[in-house]
Design a protein around this ligand. Structure first.
Ligand code: NAP
Length: 275
């Protein structure tokens, strides 16, 4: 991911230096117009914006601890983290006189630099104004989601994690069942696209219902979804397939059903799930 970020900025005419713990990986970017540096101190001293893309904020702190001059530098950490780690990193850099933006990349490396790429950014609005154009070069859908530095990671937990990863995992369970019964890839593709279209509209309906608190429906109730989830769970598990994701969905629906929300919309589960 770091290589995709550096290459894209260099391709767009920015002056880019790269530091990596394993120096040959930084050197491999030289062909793309990126200057590989062995010293993190040298890399940071010459930079207005430092994009940090490691596996954890702790790694980034460990590496940046060697930097001796932070004047006029803003760091944007774009690796995986938590709302709390964003607050900690902002405070740690603030003590050293550096600005901080917290970023979450909601794209794959091959989407970096495209109109569909997206980096979700949280933190001080004046820093976002300064670097918005640069961040938007990395992904056309990038946006500033909150002045609160925790905002990007809250959205990441909500959607990249709780939604996208779980949905994709559920998809693999479903596709394994279909494939295992000899359904063709063409048939699987057609039904897949139909459900992706349904998700596109229905998830927004769910978000609106949660925001308004209105869970009325004349379309499909919690009871209807619960019945469907039970049938699916039985089909998959009786054939020996993993059905963990639909099993978890069934539990949530059952909890809503038990709380008297049987005739409400799918979104009504929110009333049971909130702490
Ligand atoms: N790949 C994606 O689709 C994607 C999407 C969104 C977000 N991200 C985030 O981007 C970050 C990097 O992911 P990736 O896919 O690029 O993984 P990766 O290819 O494994 O790169 C990890 C990077 O972190 C460095 N690193 C690991 N441990 C370190 C340490 N103790 N000290 C210093 N540097 C250390 C590695 O250095 P070495 O080269 O020396 O090992 C490497 O540069 C992750 O936080 C990931 O969640 C990735």
């Amino acid at each position: 991911m770091g290589a995709a970020l550096a290459r894209t900025l260099a391709k767009n005419g920015l002056r880019v230096a790269a530091w990596n713990r394993t120096h040959p990986k930084a050197e491999a970017l030289a062909d793309s117009g990126v200057v590989p540096l062995r010293s993190i101190d040298e890399a940071v001293q010459g930079a207005n914006l430092v994009l940090a893309c490691t596996m954890s904020p702790a790694h980034t702190r460990e590496v940046l601890a060697e930097v001796t001059d932070w004047e006029a530098t803003t760091v944007m950490y774009v690796g995986s983290g938590t709302p709390d780690s964003a607050v900690e990193l902002e405070a740690w850099l603030g003590e050293r006189g550096a600005g901080y933006l917290d970023g979450v990349i909601t794209s794959y490396p091959d989407e970096i630099g495209t109109p569909e790429g997206m980096i979700v950014v949280a933190g001080a609005p004046h820093l976002w104004s300064r670097y918005a154009d640069t961040v938007c070069l990395l992904g056309g859908r990038s946006s500033h989601v909150s002045d609160d530095v925790r905002g990007a990671n809250i959205l990441a937990s909500s959607f990249s994690g709780a939604f996208y990863v779980a949905a994709l995992a559920a998809y693999v369970e479903g596709a394994a069942f279909a494939h295992g019964h000899g359904l063709s890839l063409d048939a699987i593709r057609a039904v897949t696209l139909q459900h992706v279209d349904l998700l596109r509209t229905r998830t927004i309906e769910v978000a609106e219902a949660i925001a308004s608190g209105n869970h009325e429906t004349d379309q499909a109730s919690v009871a209807t979804f619960l019945d469907g989830a039970e049938t699916t769970l039985n089909s998959l598990s009786s054939a020996g397939y993993s059905a963990k994701l639909i099993g978890a969905a069934r539990e949530n629906l059952q909890a809503a059903f038990d709380r008297g929300l049987a005739d409400r919309a799918f979104s009504a589960q929110f009333e049971v799930l909130k702490p």
